[in-house]
Design a protein around this ligand. Structure first.
Ligand SMILES: NC(=O)NC(NC(N)=O)C(=O)[O-]
Ligand SMILES: [Mn+2]
Ligand SMILES: [Mn+2]
Length: 486
């Protein structure tokens, strides 16, 4: 018997005769006690599904959402105090689900169950425990918590030992890249694609990645970093559950969707240097003002990304198919800007801002960066200021594995059918403009992603929200996926 909504409750102020009311109430009590102990085909109490995959999962999301480095908004950056606390909490939940746990040299938290054949290729399920600044509570956390809840459900149901292969949940330490502007630090280490040079990148306080690890008693060396790489032959595949962070599923009226591919992304740091001076005495005609230059560069970026076809020459760089694709998927953002010395009566000496560029076509993204750089240098020369463009991060677009897509589609359909009791149409297949750890792990093994509807498509904001029933559907879909591994 599928999980069904509770029997509709009669309102006591309705106009029933006392006998009819007594009859309805007694009928309701008989039926509802049957529903509470209803068992589905496998003899599992529907209560257990809801208790573990919905109520407890939702409670854990709210609990984890309170673990922050800031008092009045959510922020957890790479190996910050709050990230360490979050990792410890996640580790407790992993152990509660019967997993063997450890924390690796890049701060990733692992929980593993060996199943019936510990030498078989493992299924990895992950997402990230770090957040952006002023974040929502679901981005990253939902994927970790729903995976742990699914395994806890199987443990409670006595099925954990039936898994044909090892299953490992990984809570990655840095997907957002907020602290070091170089993202996927945790997942890239697992994939073996994190260069040793990354240990020397520094945060805004001048602390290197190696310093921050040392602060957390992790004395990483080049050898230790290389040891983090998983053997491709030891891994069967990777799946990730993540909020869509876009409006498509809500618009289509579906709680779950399967990801076809993930847009490529680049992050630049632009440093504009001019002549620092007195706001009251330097004539406008003699100024070398990096702030005004930065404003012109940012507006250039916006128009380039709104109308790439007007900027890109149809030469060998970019044919019209790529330009067409760019006009549909290209997005550019300046999210951070800082100035020195940042005083109202001082013409700045330096302005630094970030650029985030994404597109489904890697060639198109490279062409945009090429064109943008050329035009930025021309503007700065015209304004007699200097311009340095640093490439902080690049990740090429990723196609999800077709077999994993099919399995995730079947799991999502089965989960929704179990929830609604109705046969499902095909769940939507969609692209991701947001980046994910799956991009890094795609260098190690085949990857698949399941998207969960979020309200208004809003993310990277405290307004981020997911319905409890959609969280339930996500956990159920992972249970269905894992049961297909038995
Ligand atoms: N799911 C994400 O929010 N990922 C974010 N982080 C990276 N690295 O893409 C982003 O900005 O899209
Ligand atoms: Mn994010
Ligand atoms: Mn994310």
């Amino acid at each position: 018997m599928a999980i069904t909504d509770p029997i509709p409750r009669f309102s006591l102020n309705q106009n029933f005769s006392s006998w009819r009311l007594f009859y309805c109430l007694s009928l309701y009590l008989i039926i509802s006690s049957a529903v509470v102990y209803a068992e589905d085909a496998e003899g599992i109490s529907s209560d257990l599904y809801e208790e573990v995959l919905k109520s407890e999962a939702v409670a854990r999301l709210y609990e984890l959402g309170k673990v922050s480095d800031a008092d009045d908004y959510l922020e957890r950056t790479f190996l910050s105090p709050a990230s360490v606390r979050a990792g410890n909490l996640i580790r407790e939940w992993m152990e509660d689900a019967g997993l063997r746990t450890w924390v690796d040299y890049m701060g990733n938290v692992h929980g593993r169950v060996e199943g019936m054949n510990k030498t078989a290729e493992a299924l990895l399920i992950g997402s990230h425990l770090d957040t952006v600044v002023d974040a929502g509570i679901y981005d990253g956390s939902l994927g970790i918590i729903s995976a742990i809840s699914a395994l806890k459900f199987l443990k409670r149901d006595g099925q954990l030992g039936k898994l044909q292969r090892p299953v490992e949940v990984i809570a990655f330490s840095d997907e957002e890249g907020v602290r070091f502007q170089s993202t996927f630090l945790g997942s890239a280490a697992i994939a073996g694609s994190l260069p040793v040079s990354a240990l020397n990148i520094s945060d805004k306080r001048g602390l290197t990645l190696q310093d921050v690890l040392k602060e957390n008693d992790i004395k990483i060396t080049e050898e230790k970093l290389v040891e983090l790489k998983y053997e491709p032959l030891s891994v069967w595949g990777y799946i990730e559950v993540h909020i869509e962070q876009g409006p498509v599923l809500e618009w289509a009226g579906y709680p779950l969707g399967v990801v076809k591919g993930i847009a490529g992304q680049s992050r630049l740091k632009v440093i504009v240097k001019g002549s620092q001076g007195h706001a009251g005495t330097v004539p406008m005609s003699l100024r070398q003002d990096p702030m005004a230059a930065a404003a012109e560069l940012i507006l250039l970026l916006e128009s380039l990304c709104k109308h790439p076809e007007e900027f890109l020459s149809y030469d060998h760089h970019c044919n019209d198919i790529v330009v067409e694709s760019l006009s549909k998927s290209l997005v550019c953002t300046v999210g951070e800007i800082s100035t020195w010395p940042s005083a109202s009566n001082v013409i700045p000496g330096q302005v630094t801002f970030t650029v985030d560029i994404r597109a489904m076509e890697d060639i198109g993204r490279e062409a945009i960066i090429y064109e943008l750089s050329n035009q930025m240098y021309q503007i700065c020369e015209k304004r007699s200021v200097s311009c340095i463009i640093e490439r902080m991060h690049d990740a090429n677009a990723v196609n999800c594995d077709s077999e994993l897509m099919l399995r995730l589609k079947d799991s999502a359909n089965a989960a929704l059918e179990r929830l609604t009791g109705e046969t499902q149409d095909e769940v939507p297949i969609l692209m991701s403009g947001a980046g994910h750890d799956a991009m890094a792990i795609s260098h190690l093994t085949k990857v698949g992603m399941l998207f969960v509807r979020c309200r208004g498509g809003v993310s990277h904001s405290p307004a981020e929200h997911v319905l409890d029933d959609d969280i339930f559907a996500a956990g159920l879909a992972i249970v269905e996926f894992l049961e297909s591994q038995m």
